[in-house]
Design a protein around this ligand. Structure first.
Ligand code: NDP
Length: 289
């Protein structure tokens, strides 16, 4: 029996993409050019190829220019850094995304740090992590920003809520915790060394699970009425599942995201949003967020 509101990330992302497309049209009229997103893929990792293809398609559908760079798997670091430098200097490029993971011979941190922070629409550059931590305008990683948008669709104010983020990666857990702190939540970040995760999760008004372990967060741990955001995408024999034991959690939570169809579709929509915002900042055109 499901009692929770199921948060429809697919519909929310579709609405966001429509609003972005409208603003892209306004930007094009004002500047005579389309916002440009450069996506770099090194090698032929099948999952990465799928992501890059969907990002390109979504970018074009929003009326933006998609520039795709596919480099062979044996590309050396100097070649990739030279491409990033070229994209940094190219005025038609508003956003640069280097698809991770990168092949072993390339130091991903060196590449992330080579991207101009003002074109870093993935929000992975340490400058943008620092801006987020200090409350300065920059770029926020797409997945956690998408999670925050979904949460705010349920609770316009998160102030004073107990939030527990399970996972502390640089791309999801840590920026998520910073965003929730920025919304005046009382934030706990749990990870693999956390003692008594059940008790920690049980105190949360908001749970964000970003672990990568199917069903790690048990439904019985969820405080009745809590909002649950499941970032996990795990391929199992039963299909795609999240990090939360959905069926049980949905009987206790006030609101919960499904997998698939919850957080997943938000990531690309926010990437488009970040690219539009970047174009607006660089061209001095106001963007309504
Ligand atoms: P990482 O592997 O980088 O981080 C996982 C985190 O989970 C780590 O901080 C780890 O702790 C913690 N963890 C692992 N095991 C446990 C445990 N038993 N109890 C508590 N914490 C644990 O993953 P990501 O952050 O990159 O991704 C997390 C999930 O989100 C994945 O399923 C991924 O596929 C998905 N994802 C989905 C996206 C989307 O929807 N578009 C985008 C990005 C990710 P420690 O630090 O101690 O090792």
């Amino acid at each position: 029996m499901t009692s929770a509101t199921i948060i429809d990330g697919k519909a929310f992302a579709a609405g966001l993409r429509t609003r972005i497309a409208t603003q892209v049209a306004t930007f094009r009229e004002a500047t005579g050019r389309a916002p440009g997103l450069a996506v770099v893929l090194v090698g032929e990792d099948p999952a990465s190829s799928v992501y890059v293809r969907s990002k390109g398609k979504a970018t074009r559908e929003a009326g933006m220019e998609s520039l795709e760079y596919r480099l062979p798997a044996d590309t050396d670091q100097a070649t990739l850094l030279a491409l990033v430098e070229r994209l940094n200097a190219d005025p038609a490029v508003d956003g640069i995304l280097v698809q991770l993971p990168l092949p072993r011979q390339i130091d991903a941190q060196a590449v992330i740090q080579a991207i101009d922070p003002d074109k870093d629409v993935d929000g992975f550059h340490p400058v943008n992590a620092g801006r987020l931590a200090t409350g300065v305008e920059g770029f926020v990683p797409c997945t956690p920003l998408g999670c925050l948008m979904l949460l705010k669709s349920i609770h316009p104010s998160l102030s004073g809520m107990n939030a527990v983020v399970v996972g502390r990666s640089n791309i999801v857990g840590k920026p998520m915790a910073q965003l929730l702190l920025g919304e005046s939540c009382t934030v706990t970040v749990a990870h693999s060394r956390t003692r008594d995760l059940a008790e920690v999760v049980g105190r949360a008004d908001i749970v964000v699970a970003a672990v990568g372990v199917p069903g790690l967060v048990k439904g019985a741990w969820i405080k009745p009425g809590a909002s649950v955001i499941d970032v996990g995408i795990n391929r199992t024999e039963a299909g795609l599942v999240g990090d939360v034991e959905f069926d049980v959690a949905a009987t206790r939570a006030g609101a919960i995201t499904p997998v698939p169809g919850g957080v997943g579709p938000m990531t690309i929509a926010v990437l488009l949003r970040n690219t539009l915002v970047s174009a607006g900042r660089r061209a001095g055109v106001a963007i309504n967020e």
